[in-house]
Design a binder for this molecule. Structure first.
Ligand SMILES: [Zn+2]
Length: 495
């Protein structure tokens, strides 16, 4: 028999965004199921929005089907994103953010509460849910409540009411939980409610006025330095407060988001080993970009490190190919060295990092078209996360199955442990489960796409990857049985 390789594209589905997928069959694809831990050649059939069958292929039938072609994985879960609504709809809305998420392969997102007003009481969550329900996207929009009222760092928010309303946890993201005392109270109360505190670990005294990671690049570029201790000190505080709070409330749980430095990841690794209930995530941008990008380098972080594990010198290597001071690179925590990026990767591979979260932070042009140090922090990253992880897979640095797990079962395990998430897609097993609502992404590793302002569905065009081709074109995203995204270039000859 002739083996049909899995680089063939599926035909266009027909339905519009939000409509139930009546029938979709994919023959000879590479399936990745992070729940069973299985990956390999297979075929799937979706009928009336339900994943009717998952058929693993063997022998002759499997011939020619490789992980380098069309891949099917469970829909991704982004546990850290900013959709800016309410308050900053010029930068993003729930509708545009949801469209961008689906383009990135995400079917569930967890939004941070730094909206205006802040999500510190159930009314704001209701507004976000109403915005989601009013749109056509089937992407499930979940959210965290603020730790403190108005995110002001003084008094706790309406935590109990927020739990009843269904938040996933609490965070003052954009800023750290301001004091150790407030964090302790928050851990106790959230623990009682069965929810985690998600902290953006930053020592604001150490980072005041800082523009870029403190080191060689910042010195050469004349940018005020952000010392690694700005993160390490805060992680250390958080872990000691957690250890203390556990004595009073054994259900206290801490999640550290966007951890970016080797020393902070070492602290998390040691705390996990000691049995503390702490989890963490790393971002695609801290895995892939370094501070030398601010000087104009565009080589991946893993290409900027020598065999001795030491960062190379972009100036000496002639690696500066782009203009300096691209404000799309200003982010909190700041891009660091290739050594720190390698530590993020090592943490992802060894499980110290439970998840990859995008910290999708769209901004308007106005907020970014200023001096580097005055630009708003953040990268529009929900659409480029998969491509960055696949670049790591292509480079032989990250197993495909681990990349998929970090976008599915990893974040779900952090967010789904509580009663509040029951009934939401956060609580669904993120595997290829027969008989469940189809929730999956289909992407083609034999094809790429170029990141441009037009190809990004997010309102935020603040990506340092503009003009660059990324591997792994998303062909189709189905969320809860409904069409969430379809490649506009899909072959529609079948319809
Ligand atoms: Zn943050």
């Amino acid at each position: 028999m002739t083996a049909q390789s899995n680089a063939a594209r599926p035909a266009s589905l027909g339905p519009k965004i939000g409509e139930t997928v009546e029938r979709f069959e994919l023959e000879k694809a590479w399936l990745v199921d992070p729940v069973s831990g299985r990956e390999g050649p297979g075929e799937i059939v979706v009928v009336d929005g339900v994943l009717e069958s998952v058929n693993w292929l063997e022998g002759d039938e499997a011939a020619g089907v490789t992980a380098a072609g069309v891949v099917v994985a469970p829909g991704f879960f982004d546990m850290h994103a900013h959709f800016r609504e309410p308050g900053f709809e010029d930068a993003e809305t729930v509708a545009t953010g949801s469209a961008a998420a689906a383009h990135g392969g995400f079917t569930t997102v967890a939004l941070m509460p730094n909206t205006q007003p802040a999500l510190d009481e159930p009314g704001v969550l209701a507004r976000i849910r109403a915005a989601s329900a009013a749109g056509t996207s089937p992407v499930e929009v979940l959210a965290y409540g603020a730790v403190s009222a108005g995110r002001a760092g003084e008094q706790l928010s309406a935590m109990g009411e927020l739990a009843d309303a269904g938040v996933l946890g609490y965070s003052d993201d954009g800023a750290p939980v301001r004091t150790a005392k407030l964090l302790r109270s928050a851990l106790l109360y959230a623990g009682m409610l069965g929810l985690p505190i998600v902290d953006h670990a930053e020592d604001l005294e150490l980072t005041a006025g800082a523009e870029a990671h403190e080191g060689y690049v910042a010195s050469v570029m004349g940018l005020a330095g952000w010392p690694s201790a700005g993160e390490v000190q805060a992680v250390s505080r958080d872990l000691s407060v957690l250890a203390d709070a556990l004595a009073d409330e054994p259900r206290a749980r801490l999640h550290l988001t966007h951890v970016s430095t080797a020393a902070a990841l070492d602290l998390v690794r040691a705390a996990k080993k000691a049995g503390l209930p702490v989890t963490c995530d790393v971002t695609p941008h801290h895995l892939a970009f370094t501070d030398e990008w601010i000087a104009g380098s565009r080589r991946w972080a893993w290409e900027a490190i020598g065999a001795d594990g030491k960062a190379l010198d972009a100036w000496a290597d002639g690696a500066l190919t782009a203009g300096p001071y691209d404000t799309a690179l200003r982010v909190n925590p700041p891009l660091s060295t290739a050594e720190d990026a390698a530590a993020c990767l090592a943490a992802l591979v060894d499980g110290t990092a439970d998840a990859v979260a995008t910290d999708h932070a769209p901004h308007t042009v106005v907020d970014k078209e200023v001096e580097f140090g005055k630009a708003s922090n953040g990268i529009s990253g929900i659409e480029t996360a998969l491509g960055i992880l696949l670049a790591l897979v292509d480079a032989g640095k990250l197993p495909l199955a681990r990349a998929v797990a970090a976008l599915t079962t990893g974040p779900a395990a952090v967010c789904a442990a509580s009663d509040a998430t029951r009934g939401t897609s956060a609580a669904r097993p993120r595997g290829l489960v027969e008989g469940a609502a189809a929730d999956l992404v289909v992407f083609d590793r034999s094809d790429g796409w170029v990141v441009t302002p037009e190809s990004l569905l997010s309102k935020g065009k603040n990506s340092p990857l503009l003009g660059r081709e990324l591997p792994g074109r998303v062909l189709l995203t189905i969320a809860g049985g409904r069409l969430a995204y379809e490649d506009p270039d899909a072959d529609d000859s079948a319809n």
